[in-house]
Structure formats: structure tokens, C-alpha cells
Design a protein around this ligand. Structure first.
Ligand code: PEP
Ligand code: MN
Length: 372
């Protein structure tokens, strides 16, 4: 949805980006732009279309931290004058990622409006300190992406390091966490972490980055909607005029047209702009419980898959589904493990009785299938 500017903008976003006062705005608030700047034409055509859709803050990668070497690592300072030009032409503001003091110096010289710290930098306290020190005495909004690993302390610590040098216009970007088990997402959202982050730092703007969580176009909308349902303050979405030909993150970028469609389809929950989730502690905790329960079911389903694997193995070897020693071993070890987690051993025994029953039922079913 396209809005008239500040009037209907989230107050946290207004404080963080006061220079957007006379710009158009979208509901929800969206930062969009290419993963990387590639050519002046790619940049200008992407930005002009995004600006036409009401996007007033453009993201664009110039220094690209790549996990593996020999990929495209960004054009560096060469792209900065192009950003200055597109900014003037399209009356937008620009955000870039910085990972060293040199990047900061170059970005400030090019009058970049917003800086962000990437996931591979947040994870390293030395890097965050270097960036913070290079910003001492500068008044510029800084967004901090979550670290690549699910460590809330590192994320919080990055804010503390930036605050220590006097920066006070800060926002968080949730881009998901590395997880080799999760084959659906590029980075697992682990929603309980940003929720916990918001509980601890309710005054900070919290933005969701569905592009890097999903890793694929088709999933971007669902993740963005989930973030809005959880009362995030805005979204950062990668957009490119020709996503399939993008030099980085081709699979996850949306054309400006597809982004517009997504914006129109997203459902904005009314309470999103009325007080923060954190004002209602009970609601916060319930959301965390929902996420933990989702995780419990995911773990349970992984366990059942393993049980089925063993079932097929037993079938191949003509071995009975129920083995007393194994069941006794489970019954004696799990209540002990429970104590280490401060859980009631009796309740845990009961829980495993039910799980084991279901595993036996499943394996028997598998063995029986061999009869026909
Ligand atoms: C990016 O925004 O293009 C990027 C490299 O993100 P992240 O730090 O989340 O991997
Ligand atoms: Mn990217």
C-alpha cells in the first residue's frame, strides 16, 4: 500500500530515519533494492521502478561478504558515485553494508544515508568495534543484522558496542540463522530469537529480511507476512530488474513489479502501529511458546523419520519391532537427562512412553507391510 509520507508511518521508523519526512512511504515500511550494485543501468532502472512504487529507502550492496572466495565481491567505491546519482535523480535515500573502517569512511564521503552491518560482521566483536570506532561522533542510522549463528548475546553486544561510541539511531534486522538441518530456508528464521530480542530491547526498530531467510522468491511473501503477524516494524527485501541475471543472490530477488504485487497482498494487522508487542508481556511469551512448540513438533517429526529408518532396517533383517533392552535403556536414561534440564522425570518418562508406543506402532505397521 502506498501512503502519503510520515503521517501514517510507524513512530520508531520516523525516529530512525527522520530524513524520510517528505518522502512517499509504503505500508508496511519497506527498504528495497538490489543485493549488489552491478552496473549504472541495472541500478538506475531498479531504483527508478522502486521509487515509483513508493520505496524511499534503497538498499544496495557495494562491498559483498561472500561465504566462499572467487565470487563477485562487490564493485566497492567504484559504485558510490552511481548511488549518489540515482539518489538525486529519484529522490530516495541509500543504505549500504559496511564491514570495515575503510568502508565506513568511503560511505560517509559519498553521503550514504544509512549503514548496515551484515550477519558475517555482527558475529565478530572486533569487526563491530572497528566499525563503531570509525563512527564515533557521526550521527547516522545503523542497522545491525543478526549474527549468522543463533546467539542473541552477539546481536545485543553489537548494539552495546555502537551505543558506547554515542550512536543512538539504531535498528535490528532479522535475516535468519545458519542451520544445516533446515533444507527449506536458506537461513532458519528461528522466530523465537527476534521475539526475545524485542522483549529485551523493545525501543529498537526491528526489521525482517525475508529475502535472506528464504533464499528463494516463492517463499519471500510467506516470511514477510509472518513477520508482520509478529509486529515487526518493517521489511528489507531484495529487488532487481532482472533477478535471474543478478550477480549475487539471483534466486531470491524480486522484480520491482513482483515486489509491488507482494506489497499489495500483505495483510497489515491493525495492532502493528498501536503500541509494541512488548507492551503486552503475556502476548510476547505466548508467541515464544508457539515458536517453541513448532520446534518441538519439528524435532518429533525428525525422531519419527529415524524410527522409520530403523523400522526398514529391522524389516530387511527380519528383526522384531520391540526390543526390551532398548526400551529399558530409554526408560532409564531419559528421566536422568530430564533432571539436567530441570524437568520433572516422571512427566518425561510418561512422554517417552507415549513416543515409544507410537514408534513401535509405526515399526509394526512397516513390518506388516512386508506380508503382502
Ligand atoms: C545482503 O544483505 O546482501 C547480505 C549479504 O546479507 P547478510 O549479511 O544477511 O547475509
Ligand atoms: Mn543478498
Amino acid at each position: 500500500m502506498l501512503l502519503g509520507g510520515f503521517l501514517s508511518m510507524n513512530p520508531g521508523i520516523q525516529q530512525l530515519f527522520p530524513f524520510l519526512e517528505n518522502s512517499p512511504s509504503t505500508a508496511p515500511f519497506i527498504i528495497a533494492g538490489p543485493c549488489s550494485v552491478e552496473t549504472p543501468e541495472q541500478l538506475e532502472s531498479t531504483v527508478s521502478q522502486l521509487a515509483g512504487n513508493g520505496i524511499s529507502l534503497i538498499r544496495a550492496g557495494v562491498w559483498k561478504p561472500r561465504t566462499r572466495p572467487n565470487g563477485f565481491e562487490g564493485l566497492g567505491s567504484l559504485a558510490l558515485p552511481w548511488l549518489q546519482e540515482t539518489k538525486k535523480k529519484n529522490k530516495v535515500k541509500i543504505a549500504v553494508e559496511v564491514a570495515t573502517a575503510y568502508h565506513v569512511e568511503e560511505a560517509l564521503r559519498a553521503e550514504i544515508d544509512v549503514l548496515w552491518i551484515g550477519a558475517r560482521s555482527t558475529v565478530n566483536p572486533f569487526t563491530v568495534t572497528e566499525i563503531a570506532e570509525s563512527l564515533r561522533g557521526v550521527d547516522i542510522p545503523v542497522l545491525v543484522k543478526n549474527p549468522i549463528n543463533p546467539d542473541l548475546g552477539l546481536w545485543l553486544g553489537a548494539f552495546e558496542r555502537l551505543e558506547q561510541v554515542g550512536l543512538n539511531r539504531l535498528g535490528a534486522v532479522h535475516r535468519g540463522f545458519s542451520n544445516f538441518r533446515d533444507t527449506l530456508h536458506r537461513n532458519s528464521p528461528m522466530w523465537e530469537l527476534p521475539i526475545e530480542f524485542r522483549t529485551l530491547r523493545p525501543e529498537l526498530v526491528l526489521i525482517n529480511d525475508p529475502s535472506h531467510i528464504s533464499g528463494k522468491r516463492a517463499l519471500v511473501k510467506g516470511i514477510a507476512q509472518h513477520a508482520l503477524d509478529l509486529n515487526f516494524d518493517g521489511l528489507m527485501i531484495e529487488s532487481h530488474v532482472n533477478p535471474d541475471q543478478a550477480w549475487t543472490d539471483a534466486a531470491q530477488q524480486l522484480t520491482p513489479g513482483d515486489l509491488k504485487k507482494l506489497m499489495d497482498e500483505l495483510i497489515i494487522r491493525n495492532e502493528r502501529f498501536e503500541g509494541r508487542v512488548s507492551s503486552n508481556i503475556l502476548e510476547d511469551i505466548r508467541q515464544q511458546i508457539d515458536e517453541v512448540d513448532r520446534g518441538l513438533l519439528e524435532v518429533l517429526s525428525r525422531r519419527m523419520h529415524l524410527v522409520e529408518k530403523i523400522g526398514s532396517y529391522k524389516k530387511q533383517n527380519n528383526v522384531a519391532a520391540f526390543q526390551l533392552e532398548r526400551w529399558q535403556e530409554i526408560l532409564s536414561s531419559r528421566p536422568n537427562w530430564a533432571k539436567a534440564f530441570q524437568l520433572n522425570p516422571e512427566v518425561v518418562t510418561e512422554l517417552f512412553r507415549i513416543i515409544h508406543q507410537e514408534s513401535i506402532r509405526k515399526q509394526t505397521e512397516l513390518l506388516d507391510e512386508s506380508k503382502d
